[in-house]
Design a protein around this ligand. Structure first.
Ligand code: MSP
Length: 646
């Protein structure tokens, strides 16, 4: 029988950098499944947290000039904020620097040494420092680079403790042969099976080259390898060390959700550790795909990292959650684009769901004074469909197919919208003899909405609540059991105030605003990346003679596309100056302008004309070319010509 205990975990996130969409994705998916299972009557534990040891963290701390402890204390808060931002319903948040975890890791390490499953040896191999992993020669990239991140590998040799992983591989293969859903989706299952069958070497699980880690008990020259440390978090959080009852309660129901990049750790190393410890294996590990951004790999150097905090601020939390889980079949890679997000907001949320709510409430208000009518029978199609949708959602959610579950819900919403068009309640309202029919239509619509809110609740908990508030229901959908829903029970309710759930976004105006913002950002970037000149003394500065002048003539220079030949008046003399400002002004615009002139530059010949000075201007440059330009002038343009600028 299906156990009603459901323990779901996110990977614990590295705190060497701030959260991005990848982290938001796993947390949102776990949250949706945790909420769904609670609504299905499961006892749920949802765990997330931070991975705070290892080389990555030590390096990031060194770069910032702070201690690793200071860094992790600071950055882990960002991940807690991410949970709050996403309205994640996690029951616990574990940090690997907490005592409950450190003690568990050391106890497990000691136990495995004692039983001979961890032994001391020497390790030598190609190591990727940023990824903290040895790379087998067979999978190295060109020129001995890391196949994952492309960075050069370093040869490392060190005394190391090894975990006797190879010993338990046959048992793991046997387990997976019997439990096809232990690794999902299928493509990952196949990948793991073929990896296991190709053989797994004993794993190095300690480091001497690094300080920032959990010391090996009894041999403090070594710290425990960060992945060995990190994977154990799932057990530390449920009392492996000192609360056997708690552990026995939660562990058999454990499920891990991870990105596809870390499945070997979760579906090979971790289960092998668990077999060695005599602990049962995770019921399911689900590996989701990766997001690219507007078709490109997301990276800091590309500057295209999607910031979940910005997205939520701009588009709202529930639309963001909805988009993440609806846009891409869970398990596949997907492409993130704000345009696609806006598209979903307008079509699925504002048009389909928002309109159904608005239209229904408005009709109940105008035709029935805001009170949901009752009627003797229910629309058989909507009512049957509702049962069918609940089943479809359930089987999709059991496969972590969030997109399929949402598609089913939207079919139902679509059917309800069509029901309005077909029954034309506005016509019924005009005909007294159709009053019972109108009651029938309004009640069925109300029920469709009441159920839709329940169905969207795991993915959009706040929206679900707002819908129910507008429907005049005080409780929260996320705290309601699916089984308690009965079609028709909403009769007699008094509806609440209406509000727009999702304002439509005007795509054209949105595109224009984005364009402008991009230009501004590029301009700011161009200014910010100006290389600075070396420091000079005030005496150096004083050697530059600058004076107020006025342009009195402006002529084209036949051979030059960029230059004007200008005559400038300094009050005490007139000079000829060549200036590369032709792209920005007509001669008429220039004549009469008061400017600042550098007067003691050595004369130069430009396109055959001798230039005796330089007019000062500020410009925004792209690839060395000015994109926009403005001339400097004294605030009071009536300053006597020739006045010195200092
Ligand atoms: N600390 C390890 C996990 C240890 S679990 C015992 C780690 N941390 S991480 O912060 O680098 O990554 C966390 C998760 O984010 C991984 O599941 C990873 O797949 C996911 N993502 C990172 N970039 C991503 C995308 N561009 N798209 C989707 N998810 C991505 O790995």
């Amino acid at each position: 029988m299906d156990s009603k205990v459901f323990y779901i975990t996110t990977p614990i996130y590295y705190v060497n950098d701030i959260p991005h969409i990848g982290h938001a994705y796993t947390t949102t998916a776990c949250d949706a499944i945790a909420r769904y299972k609670r609504m299905k009557g499961y006892e749920v534990k949802f765990l997330t947290g931070t991975d705070e040891h290892g080389q990555k963290i030590q390096t990031a701390a060194e770069a910032k000039g702070i201690s690793p402890q200071e860094l992790v204390d600071r950055i882990h808060l960002k991940f807690r904020e991410l949970c709050t931002l996403l309205n994640a319903s996690n029951d616990d948040f574990i940090r690997t620097t907490e005592e409950r975890h450190i003690k568990t890791v050391q106890a497990i390490f000691a136990k495995l040494i004692e039983q001979g499953d961890i032994y001391k040896g020497t390790y030598s191999g190609y190591y990727c420092i940023p990824d903290e992993t040895y790379v087998p020669e067979s999978s190295m990239g060109p020129n001995k680079t890391c196949p994952d991140c492309g960075r050069p590998l370093t040869i490392m040799e060190e005394e190391s403790y090894f975990f006797r992983a190879s010993k338990y591989v046959p048992q793991l293969i046997e387990y997976y042969e019997k439990h096809a859903k232990a690794v999902m989706p299928r493509i990952r299952y196949n990948e793991i099976m073929s990896f296991l069958k190709s053989g797994v070497r004993d794993q190095s699980v300690s480091r001497t080259t690094l300080k920032w880690g959990i010391p090996v008990p009894g041999d403090e020259k070594h710290v425990i390898y960060v992945w060995f440390d990190a994977l154990i978090n799932y057990a530390s959080a449920v009392g492996w060390l000192d609360d056997p009852e708690k552990f026995a309660h939660w562990w058999p129901g454990v499920r891990h959700m991870v990105g596809k990049d870390i499945i070997r750790f979760h579906c090979v190393i971790w289960p092998l550790m668990l077999i060695a410890l005599g602990v049962s294996l995770p019921t399911e590990v689900f590996a989701h795909g990766w997001w690219t951004v507007d078709g490109e790999k997301m990276s800091k150097t590309r500057g295209n990292v999607v910031d979940p905090f910005k997205m939520v601020k701009e588009y709202g939390l529930d639309p963001f959650r909805y988009f993440l889980l609806r846009e891409v079949p869970f398990g596949n890679d997907g492409d993130f684009s704000e345009l696609a997000l806006v598209g979903r907001i307008n079509s699925d949320l504002a048009n389909d769901l928002g309109n159904l709510l608005n239209r229904t409430l408005q009709m109940i208000r105008s035709y029935r004074g805001g009170i949901v009518p009752s009627c003797g029978e229910y629309d058989s199609e909507l009512c049957t469909m509702s049962a069918n949708i609940l089943e479809r959602v359930d089987s999709a959610m059991n496969e972590y197919a969030f997109d399929e579950a949402l598609k089913a819900v939207w079919e139902f919403i679509g059917r309800a919208n069509k029901f309005i068009d077909e029954t034309m309640p506005w016509k019924l309202a005009k005909d007294e003899s159709q009053s019972a029919r109108l009651d029938f239509v309004l009640l069925n619509l109300y029920e469709a909405l009441r159920l839709s809110a329940l169905l969207v609740a795991p993915v959009m908990p706040d929206t679900a609540k707002r819908i129910w508030t507008q429907l005049g229901i005080n409780s929260a959908p996320v705290e309601t059991q699916y089984d308690s829903f009965k079609w028709g029970n909403g009769a007699g309710n008094t509806i609440g105030e209406s509000e727009v759930l999702f304002p439509r976004i005007d795509i054209e105006a949105w595109k224009k605003a984005k364009e402008e913002k991009k230009l501004q950002e590029e301009a700011a970037k161009a200014t910010a990346t100006i290389e600075h000149e070396p420091e000079i003394s005030i005496d150096d500065f004083k050697t530059v003679e600058m004076r107020v002048a006025r342009i009195t003539k402006c002529e084209e220079i036949p051979r030059s596309k960029k230059l004007y030949k200008l005559e400038v008046d300094l009050g005490y003399e007139k000079r000829t100056v060549c200036s590369g400002i032709k792209a920005f002004f007509t001669p008429d615009e220039l004549v009469g302008k008061t400017v600042i002139l550098v007067t003691n530059l050595k004369p130069v010949k430009l396109c055959g004309v001798e230039s005796n000075g330089m007019i000062l201007a500020a410009s925004v440059k792209k690839d060395g070319v000015s994109e926009s330009l403005t001339l400097l002038k004294p605030e009071d343009e009536n300053m006597p010509l020739g006045s010195r600028v200092s």
